[in-house]
Design a protein around this ligand. Structure first.
Ligand SMILES: *Cc1c(COP(=O)(O)O)cnc(C)c1O
Length: 222
């Protein structure tokens, strides 16, 4: 069970149908992505705009590219034309810039609002109150080129599964609240992105339907 292909196929077998696997290929060479592609993988995640653009240019066009890292406003324009989903939207200013670039590219750009669930200070994201305010205000209606399709979060980096589970559960509850409270605001909220190599099993138990897995597929990064 050593090749990328083998590791991918065990994921593909183990994952429930409703869950999308985003293969996080940051820092990995094109050849590794191609190996995953040839094994059937189509969703890939990157966290640096420059690397994402370079890979998009040289790899097959039916790949769905996910921007999973912190995104600076001045770089949205580079990924707007092709990005499939932006996971880490953490400010209203960023949403406005995505709207502007979506308009230029004449497409609606799908986004996930990042929620701050971990105890670490360094993790970006909105808090629960800000999410509730944003999705029930009319702010999103003023951004027609942005399509908020769900929430994304990262749990505390700890081996204590109870902490991780309770953070994911909090995020799942907020996701449920957002779904219920945005029914008539033409918001199609259907994606809950949580879980990485170290905690995806817990995330799946807590209701994730999109996991972002890097090292468990491609091996450790330098
Ligand atoms: C790097 C990264 C991942 C994948 O991490 P692994 O531990 O290698 O699975 C997932 N999500 C985000 C936001 C990342 O930056």
């Amino acid at each position: 069970m050593n090749s990328i292909k083998d590791r991918l196929s065990s994921f593909q077998e183990e994952l429930p149908d409703h869950c999308t696997l985003v293969a996080v290929s940051k820092t990995k060479p094109k050849e590794d992505l191609l190996e995953a592609y040839e094994a059937g993988q189509r969703h890939f995640g990157e966290n640096k705009v420059q690397e994402l653009c370079a890979k998009e240019e040289s790899l097959p066009k039916d790949i769905k590219w996910h921007m999973i890292g912190h995104l600076q406003r001045n770089k949205v324009k580079y990924i707007a034309p092709f990005v499939h989903l932006i996971h880490g939207v953490d400010t209203l200013k960023l949403l406005r810039e995505i709207n502007k670039q979506g308009q230029k590219s004449e497409k609606q750009i799908a986004c996930l609002l990042q929620v701050h669930v971990a105890s670490e200070e360094t993790k970006f994201g909105f808090d629960e109150g800000e999410i509730k305010e944003l999705v029930t205000s009319n702010m999103l209606e003023e951004l027609p080129y942005v399509q908020v399709v769900g929430l994304m979060g990262m749990a505390t980096n700890t081996s204590d599964e109870k902490i991780v589970a309770s953070e994911f559960r909090g995020l799942k509850n907020l996701y449920g609240w957002v779904q219920q409270n945005t029914n008539n605001r033409n918001l199609a909220v259907s994606t809950l992105s949580m879980g990485m190599s170290g905690d995806y099993l817990v995330a799946l138990q807590e209701g994730s339907n999109m996991i972002r897995v890097g090292s468990a597929i491609f091996g450790a990064r330098n």
